[in-house]
Write a protein that binds this ligand. Sequence first.
Ligand code: AMP
Length: 203
Amino acid sequence: MKIILIGMQGSGKGTYAKLLNEIYHLEHISIGDILRNEVNKKSKIGLQIDEILKKGELVDDKIILDLLENKLKNNFVLDGFPRTIKQARELEKITKIDKVFYITLKDETAIKRLTTRIQCEKCGAIYGNRKKPLNDNICDICGSKLIKRPDDNEESIKKRLEIFHKETKPLIDFYIKKKILIKIVGEKTIDKVFSKIEEYLNK
Ligand code: AMP
């Protein structure tokens, strides 16, 4: 099964994609993680995208598509792509999507979650006000350090939410028309949201 998760920053896409990977063995493809990995490697593209990520702007489509090349063959859950209608049209040329989950969230909840979000620098596990680590700043899963993402600052959060409303929200209608969109209320506990996703996954 090929799945897309759409949702405002902080809606939990990464968390649910990780669970879908663990339980249903869908490959978790997070374009944000792929981009951050390039930044950490200090590759040529990494240096170019570092500034864009910090500002919360969208990275150029050509770079995104190059990084995703050959990664969309097996069953997957896509987290963070597509983010625009143009990207959705590009994706259509590459593969057929079975289901799109749109995880809804209010702006104020997103801001609250993003300002408290911390992530494992090694395995990428995400913690925040819905899920606190057992020991402060240490990952429950791999014991590595938990860090704040450099783009989870007030200015960048504002910009990213603006882009979500303007560029990403039109995807909702795009996928409604294709009859593959499922709307899930994201203002609940991780367990509750995930069991809703599972309910529709098995339909
Ligand atoms: P995320 O981890 O999904 O929140 O993404 C982090 C950042 O990576 C975003 O704020 C953008 O700068 C960039 N990014 C992620 N996905 C895309 C995309 N589909 N198109 C362009 N830029 C993206």
